[in-house]
Ligand binder design. Structure first.
Ligand code: SF4
Length: 345
C-alpha cells in the first residue's frame, strides 16, 4: 500500500534554513527540492506526540536552487474496508482501550496490545475463543474478526509511560493474520511504540511478520516468537489449516534471526510429531534463544480458557492421548536441553 499526499507547502528555501517541521507520527515528511527528493533528519522526541524533522542538507545547495517544496505524506492512508476475509466476516468497531495490563502467565510483561479481536487463522484449539463474551461468537471462532478502528488514536493519545516497558503484540489474536496484509493496522502502531521507546515482543504464526522488519529495527529491544506446533504439514492441516506451512514459518523466523533479532519458538500446543529428534534439530538450527512448549489444556466450564472441542475431537481421532502428549513433550524437551542447554521450558 503506497503513501498518499496529505498536504504540500512551497516556500523560498533561503528563508527556510534551519526549518523545523513537527508532524504527527502517522505522517511522513518527504521534502522535494526542484522535483528531487532530499534528506530530512528525524529528531526523536521521547514521549512527544509529534515527530520533529529538521532540514538536513547542504545550505549552499539550497541557496543555489531556491524553491523548496514540503510534502506531508500519510504512510498509512485509510485503506478500503473489506467486509470479508476469505469466508470470514470483517467487523469494524471502536475499542474501549488498546493498551491492556496482562494477567496470568503473561503477568511479567507490562502491556499487551490486541489490534484485532477474533482471528481468521481459526486454529481448532485456540484458547482465545474462550475470552469472547458472546456464545455465538465463541461458536463461530475463526469466522469473524473485529478491527479496532480507534486503536491508533487510542495508543497515540495514551498517557501511559511506555519508555522501557515491554509491550506484547498479541495475546488473544494474531497481529499478522490475513486481514493485516490489507489494513496494516499492526504496522501503523509500531512507529508510535518505537517513538515512545517501548520494548516490543511479537507473537505470531504468520510469515507476514517479516514485512515489518524495517520498523522492528527502530526498537531498542525487540524479540519475535513464532508459533510452530508440529513438524508435519499433514497434522498442521488438520489442526490449523488456515495457517502457513511449517517451512514458511521456519523461513520467516530465519529471516528475523538473519536481521539480527532475538527469536523464540512457541510450540503451543504441542501437536503430534513425525520425529521429535529431527524437529528439535531443526529448531536448534534456527539459533532461537528460547522454546516454550505447552500441551493441550482440557478444561470444563463455559468460560474456562482451554483447548476447543474441535481440536480435542481431532486429537482423539489421531490417538493423541494425554499419555502420548506427555511422553513426546518430555522427549522434545530432552533433545532441546541436551548437553546442559536450558533452551526449552
Ligand atoms: S493464530 Fe493464535 S489467536 Fe489466531 S486462531 Fe490460532 S491460536 Fe487463536
Amino acid at each position: 500500500m503506497g503513501s498518499s499526499l496529505v498536504s504540500s507547502v512551497k516556500g523560498n528555501a533561503r528563508r527556510r534554513q534551519g526549518l523545523r517541521c513537527r508532524v504527527p507520527p502517522t505522517r511522513q515528511v518527504r521534502p522535494r527540492l526542484r522535483g528531487a527528493d532530499s534528506a530530512w533528519r528525524l529528531v526523536d522526541v521521547p514521549e512527544s506526540r509529534l515527530n520533529t524533522y529538521v532540514l538536513d542538507w547542504d545550505i549552499a545547495h539550497v541557496y543555489s536552487v531556491g524553491m523548496l517544496q514540503l510534502s506531508l505524506f500519510d504512510p498509512n492512508p485509510t485503506p478500503a474496508r473489506p467486509r470479508t476475509q476469505g469466508t470470514a466476516d470483517v467487523i469494524y468497531a471502536d475499542a474501549s482501550a488498546v493498551l491492556a495490563r496482562p494477567t496470568g502467565r503473561l503477568a511479567d510483561l507490562d502491556f499487551v496490545i490486541n489490534p484485532y479481536q477474533g482471528c481468521t487463522f481459526a486454529c481448532t484449539y485456540c484458547y482465545a475463543a474462550f475470552f469472547v463474551a458472546e456464545e455465538e461468537q465463541r461458536e463461530r471462532w475463526g469466522q469473524w474478526v473485529r478491527v479496532k478502528t480507534n486503536a491508533i488514536a487510542k495508543l497515540r493519545n495514551s498517557r501511559q509511560n511506555l519508555h522501557g516497558r515491554t509491550v506484547l503484540m498479541s495475546s488473544a489474536t494474531d497481529p499478522y493474520q490475513p486481514i493485516e496484509a490489507k489494513l496494516e493496522l499492526t504496522r501503523s502502531l509500531l512507529p508510535i511504540l518505537a517513538q515512545r521507546r517501548a520494548h516490543l515482543a511479537v507473537l505470531t504464526r504468520s510469515p507476514l511478520v517479516t514485512r515489518d522488519i524495517d520498523l522492528f529495527e527502530s526498537f531498542e529491544h525487540f524479540n519475535a516468537t513464532m508459533s510452530i506446533t508440529t513438524d508435519s504439514d499433514e497434522v498442521r492441516k488438520r489442526f490449523e489449516p488456515q495457517c502457513a506451512s511449517i517451512d514458511r514459518r521456519f523461513e520467516a523466523l530465519q529471516q528475523l534471526a538473519d536481521a539480527g533479532f532475538r527469536t523464540r519458538i512457541n510450540v503451543s500446543p504441542l501437536l503430534p510429531l513425525h520425529d521429535a529428534r529431527s524437529f528439535a534439530e531443526r529448531i536448534l538450527e534456527t539459533g532461537v534463544a528460547r522454546v516454550h512448549i505447552n500441551t493441550f489444556h482440557e478444561t470444563s466450564g463455559p468460560f474456562a480458557s482451554g483447548t476447543r472441542q474441535p481440536a480435542l475431537a481431532i486429537a482423539r481421532e489421531m490417538g493423541w492421548t494425554e499419555e502420548r502428549r506427555e511422553r513426546v513433550l518430555a522427549e522434545l524437551r530432552g533433545y532441546l536441553n541436551e548437553g546442559g542447554r536450558r533452551l526449552a521450558a
